[in-house]
Design a protein around this ligand. Structure first.
Ligand code: ZN
Length: 254
């Protein structure tokens, strides 16, 4: 688990050929029975969400990634999970691999108009988020939402867990599974705001007091009561971060 020390001032690690990625993801998903919903076209790239609904589902789970263009591990991890094709038989699944193709093409956090899409869900300015939110609004509520990100400054993996009903939540199990393959963020302050204890953060600011909404806040207001945002440390090799996210999702679904 060797830190690379490449990330000076921003992410400088491996990147993704996003056109190729989107093509491969789409083909892999359709071949395994996912139903695709085309919800937008951005810079010539097609945006899709995918659904997979078993005969008698007892829960609904949402997984998304690819909203920050300098965070390739989430999209690669989600493609790997789709290729592995091992999903719980009792869950309806809704997944979104990428809503920021122009950012991934340029290895920038923001889209090609300089908008941070993950701050755009309250007063929507971007075509990407408008299209994504419209697709989300067609879906049922989720019992669990999982969002894959990366942090270029982090020393280890960490999780934001918002659990509005205080029921069982998978944050601690996720970190236990990740610990085998990746370092966990030491106890610290994240972004000078959040107490991160053993890799787990419980943010507690009401959405109406936040001027800008991330995707997770949009989901907490409109679609779910349990939202986890998973952050891989992107100053480590891509394969380690992908494996950490894959294990995290498997643990959360189990
Ligand atoms: Zn991010």
């Amino acid at each position: 688990m060797k830190r690379l020390f490449l990330n000076k001032g921003r992410y400088h690690g491996e990147t993704l050929d996003i056109a190729n990625y989107l093509r491969e993801f789409h083909e892999a998903a359709l071949n395994r029975g996912w139903v695709a919903a085309h919800f937008g076209t951005i810079g010539g790239f097609q945006l899709h969400g995918y659904a997979r609904i078993p005969p008698s589902p007892t829960r609904a789970i949402y997984i998304s990634t690819g909203i920050h263009g300098d965070e390739p591990a989430g999209p690669v991890a989600l493609r790997r999970l789709v290729e592995e094709d091992q999903w719980p038989a009792d869950a309806s699944l809704y997944i979104c691999p990428c809503i920021n193709p122009t950012g991934l093409a340029a290895n920038t956090r923001e889209n090609n108009r300089g908008i941070d899409l993950n701050r755009d869900y309250r007063h929507i300015q971007s075509d990407e988020v408008r299209a994504h939110a419209a697709w989300l609004d067609t879906l049922p509520r989720f019992d669990l939402s999982l969002i894959l990100h990366e942090d270029w400054e982090a020393e280890g993996y960490y999780v934001y867990e918002v659990n509005l009903d205080q029921g069982p939540a998978p944050g601690a199990c996720i970190l236990q599974a990740v610990r085998e393959v990746a370092p966990i963020q030491p106890t610290s302050k994240i972004d000078d705001a959040w107490d991160c204890i053993d890799g787990l953060i419980h943010p507690n600011i009401p959405p109406e007091e936040r001027p800008l909404w991330a995707e997770a806040l949009y989901l907490l207001v409109n679609k779910t009561r349990l939202s986890l945002t998973l952050e891989a440390p992107s100053d480590y090799p891509l394969e380690l971060r992908v494996e950490a996210h894959v294990r995290a999702i498997r643990a959360a679904l189990a």
